[in-house]
Design a protein around this ligand. Sequence first.
Ligand code: AMP
Length: 302
Amino acid sequence: MPNKKTDLVILGTIALDDIKTPFGSVSSVPGGSATYAAIAASHFAVPGVISIAGKDFPPAQLVKLKSRGINLEGLSKADKTFRWKGYYEFDMNEAKTLETKLNSIENYAPEIPLAYQSTKFLLLSNIDPKVQIKVAASCLKAFVVLDTMNYWIKHSRKKLTEAMKMADLIVLNDAEARQFSVEVNLVKAAKAILRMGPKYVVIKKGEHGALLFSEGKHFSAPAYPLEEAKDPTGAGDSFAGTLTAYLASQGKTDEKTVRKAIISASSVASYCTEDFSINKLIKLNKKLIEERYDIFKEIRKF
Ligand code: AMP
């Protein structure tokens, strides 16, 4: 059985990021797909993390994760933390990578606590697909959500394809869906990915919302009309973390529940962009998330 307190398991990176946006810049701030996804998820359920941090990752930041009730039993230690350096121009929909230093995740052999292996919900967030495959192969009872990014599509397409075949729901942004499927049209891209076996494909379109595709069904979620976006880093990971945690909190994966999960995920992701790094995400609460969920309902009515 999973740890009594763990409702979903999240694999991903723990990172130190250097970020520049039109609204400022920060360096060596906490980031990584697991960090964002787990904090976002913690507003809905109790996540257990599988990741690796270096000695240079500030212990105070791990304390912050623990203070959100996040289970860190699956955290490995390395010398140096994964580092990502990127920037955004005025169109903040696209992150431009300046440098990726794999450090801790080079040759990373994930430690998967026995308690996690019977989890019913697993998020394989953005990390080397080799590691995604290992973790998915150890959690055979799970509904598997997979997220990735251009780096792995470019450097590890074959392994990524293998990992994607193990997923029940795949989340990608529009550019990644096009890059992976080699289709310009997003409907064709989604269909090509659906043919690989997942039940659902979610295509995020940044400030333009998200699309859900499944066999014979389609749902289009609006984006929150945000005025305060400062740093989109982690919005995608927060989206995937919330989506998986919402499903775990409901114990269901039918299409209607996935639609609601997408709206909750859009709410949390919109907050994430309002400040740099995890600053806003860590301070969120259920009331604020629900406020935006209700606004989403309102802007959909006609
Ligand atoms: P996103 O939600 O897509 O904005 O994710 C941003 C986070 O992804 C940053 O905090 C980075 O540290 C992390 N990241 C960047 N590149 C990679 C990569 N190749 N693999 C895993 N995580 C990454």
